[in-house]
Design a protein around this ligand. Structure first.
Ligand code: G3I
Length: 379
């Protein structure tokens, strides 16, 4: 009998222990969620991040934890670009895009697909085409195949990327040269015909600069006038500490919203390093890699600059919140500083600090200042 009592007591303690472990784990996740970017801005816009190939392959557990907790929208940084997804005429590579989709679905996050039509990172064989009918057929096949594969599973597509010059005119690309400016509405019509329910975006950088903004407004109007569906303008937002001015960002939000489309910030990062193009006569091809002037913070970001970055992020997010009725998404271009493309552009091998998480995956002052905006609003 005593043995039975012991057994029962043992069973009871064990059960209580596991139940309480389960409860505290659940609580921990819930508390963590409440403190995340995606939770804080849930009523305002989705919060996205660009995911690299190693991150999709699960090679970075710490990044995986941040992705799971902080974001509710994922964009592939590279793996859905033409050269990767359609490397040869009859060959498609869906392995990593499929994995990314699985990840997004498993974590109940939206997937934003990037990108269908872009002159950069094209597969080299596409650039060899000189016949317009051949290119038109290829464009249709490319869009039908890829949009078709992910039909019903992708929240939105960057249909055309970076079609504009800085002065707002259309960029000379193989698409413009062989197909004329109709390639833009054509691409949108093709995508909408395959997946009528996915959202379709035009995405570009420097879209807050007045001349380019005017060009983008015209581009959207032309797409609409041709009877094609366009759901949003993606402002890439590769910015720095001083520019673009908040006034220009606000004017852009209003200008794109007035077209009846959603506005989204799709590739947000704020670089803190000197820009070689600001130097008189600077040549980006020069070897600046070991230059103290061009790479001033190789070990650590000084507190004063950390605070400048936090100020800038706070200003930008205050503006986003002011116009949250017009903004549907804010996506950071990367998860943490250690993996940002800005460490290698426009000069290879620098140490930049453009995101909200540092190279050790820790929350930066900018993160806390952005979160504090919601805390002060809600409390
Ligand atoms: O994966 C290879 C690696 O195997 C090789 O050893 C290494 C040597 O250079 O290159 C690696 O590939 C690099 C790739 O990023 C992955 O890191 C490419 O060289 C590099 O060109 C590529 O850069 C990407 C860039 O687009 C290409 O245009 C960046 O990661 C990506 O962040 C960037 O993203 C673009 C958006 O798509 C459009 N808007 C601008 C934005 C920033 O340029």
């Amino acid at each position: 009998m005593q043995k039975l009592i012991y057994l029962f007591t043992y069973w009871f303690l064990l059960t209580t222990f596991f139940v309480s472990c389960g409860t505290s784990n659940t609580q921990a996740v819930e508390e963590e969620d409440l403190n995340s970017l995606r939770e804080a801005f849930a009523a305002d816009f989705t919060i996205g991040t660009a995911i690299s190939a190693p991150q999709i392959m699960g090679e970075d557990a710490k990044a995986a934890a941040l992705i799971a907790t902080e974001f509710n929208s994922l964009t592939p940084e590279n793996v859905m670009k033409w050269m990767h997804i359609h490397p040869r005429p009859e060959e498609y590579d869906f392995e990593l895009p499929d994995k990314l989709l699985e990840l997004a679905q498993a974590q109940d996050k939206e997937l934003i697909a990037h990108t269908l039509v872009w002159h950069s990172q094209l597969a080299p064989w596409v650039n060899e085409i000189s016949d317009s009918t051949e290119l038109a057929e290829l464009l249709a096949k490319h869009i039908n195949t890829i949009v078709g594969r992910y039909k019903g599973k992708v929240a939105g597509w960057d249909v055309v990327n970076e079609a504009l010059n800085e002065d707002g005119t259309l960029r000379e690309t193989i698409f413009l040269n062989l197909l004329g400016k109709d390639y833009l509405p054509t691409a949108f019509k093709l995508a909408a015909a395959v997946d009528p329910d996915t959202e379709l975006y035009y995405n570009d950088y420097n879209l807050c600069q007045p001349e380019k903004r005017a060009g983008c407004v015209q581009l959207v109007k032309d797409i609409q006038a041709a009877g094609a569906k366009i759901d949003g303008v993606g402002i890439q937002a590769h910015w720095n500490l001083s520019g673009p001015p908040l006034e220009e960002i606000e004017a852009s939000i209003l200008a794109y919203h007035a077209l009846g489309v959603k506005v989204m910030f799709t590739e947000l990062d704020i670089g803190v390093l000197p820009n070689p193009w600001d130097l008189d006569g600077a040549n980006v091809n020069q070897d600046f890699e070991n230059s103290e002037f061009m790479n001033p913070y190789p070990q650590i970001l000084p507190d004063a600059v950390q605070t400048q970055l936090a100020d800038r992020y706070e200003g930008v997010f205050k503006l986003f919140l002011k116009h949250s009725d017009k903004i549907s998404r804010v996506t950071f271009w990367g998860v943490h500083d250690g993996h940002s493309w800005l460490n290698n552009w426009p000069i290879n091998g620098r140490t930049n600090y453009p995101l909200l998480f540092d190279e050790n995956y820790q929350k930066k002052e900018a993160y806390h200042r952005v979160m504090a905006l919601k805390e002060s609003i809600e409390h």
